[in-house]
Ligand binder design. Structure first.
Ligand code: MF3
Ligand code: CO
Ligand code: CO
Length: 288
């Protein structure tokens, strides 16, 4: 989710993190009804809604498995897009990115220094590349969102270590999820791990609630302070999708209006799952 500078912040990180903000169209929940909302006012899902997101999540995981089977040097990112597009339709789903706020393709493919929202095109993968493939599927009206990194051919140790660090950041973020914990707990778990290894955490893009809509409340920041932020409640469903850079955390938007790249051209890596908070901990809804 892309966040604007002037939107109010719900993630509890306070003034220190100026960019931790929520889009204004999500910032004003309809106060005339509290249906589907928890004690803190954030959306919580019914058992039926969770089942719907779980089904979409299992399709999303299978689509990423399909990518894993076929991706290799010589493949164009537009081909990956068409594999996923066709397989999604064949499974009775809809690729959520296609036409979303004008996005022109069915998946995002973010290569090397691209942080997120890369647009599939004629770019051909070559040995040494690292790429994030981000798949969001709508099935029976419910969204599920996940992404993985892929190493193309022989990849440098530096790039492999980045990819593994980003993966561990996602795992640590997921382990911080439990009803009663706070969103800042997730942020701190990720930030602490990444920064202790000398990497930076992207701030301009965040995780997000998800369900009947692609991007719902809350904003899930991948940095923050333990014990701060809104409380996590059982049956909240949201993504965790840390973007980790070798150099600066700062991003720049390409002229296509979508793709974020690192300002210093350094490599970036990201992994994403859609998760549900439970009383005991967490359920990963996009697990294979
Ligand atoms: N899947 C991305 C996310 O994790 C959002 C992509 S929006 C699109 O939130 F329009 F670029 F597809
Ligand atoms: Co997402
Ligand atoms: Co995504």
């Amino acid at each position: 989710m892309n966040i604007g500078r002037n939107d109010p912040c719900w993630c509890g990180s306070g003034k220190k993190y100026k960019k931790c903000h929520l889009p204004s169209d999500l910032a004003r929940p309809d106060s005339s009804t509290n249906a589907g909302r928890g004690r803190g006012g954030l959306p919580v899902k019914t058992a039926g809604e969770i089942a719907g997101i779980r089904a979409a999540g299992s399709l999303t995981a299978r689509l990423l498995d399909l990518v894993a089977d076929r991706i290799r040097p010589g493949v164009a990112t537009a081909e990956i897009d068409s594999w996923v597009h066709e397989a999604t339709i064949a499974a009775g789903g809809v690729p959520a990115p296609l036409g979303y706020r004008g996005f022109p393709r069915s998946i995002c493919t973010s290569l090397n220094d691209q942080i997120c929202h890369g647009i599939p095109d004629g770019t051909v993968l070559k040995t040494g590349d690292i790429i994030n493939v981000d798949v969001t599927t709508i099935l029976d009206g419910f969204h599920a969102d996940a992404s993985r990194m892929f190493l193309i051919g022989a990849v440098s140790g530096k790039a492999r270590r980045l990819v593994e660090t980003a993966r561990e950041c996602l795992n640590r973020g997921i382990r911080a999820v439990k009803a009663g914990n706070r969103f800042g707990d997730i942020g701190q778990a990720i930030q602490e791990y990444a920064e202790n290894l000398g990497y930076s955490v992207v701030r301009d893009y965040t995780g997000h609630g998800i369900g009947r809509e692609f991007h719902e409340e809350p904003t899930v920041c991948h940095y923050g302070k333990k014990g701060t932020g809104l409380r996590i409640e059982a049956d909240m469903v949201f993504t965790i999708e840390p973007m980790i850079n070798i150099g600066t955390h700062k991003s720049r938007l390409l002229d296509n209006g979508w793709t974020a790249v690192t300002r210093d051209g350094s490599l970036s890596a990201q992994w994403e799952h859609t998760v549900r908070a439970t009383v005991r901990g967490v359920e990963i809804l996009t697990a294979t």
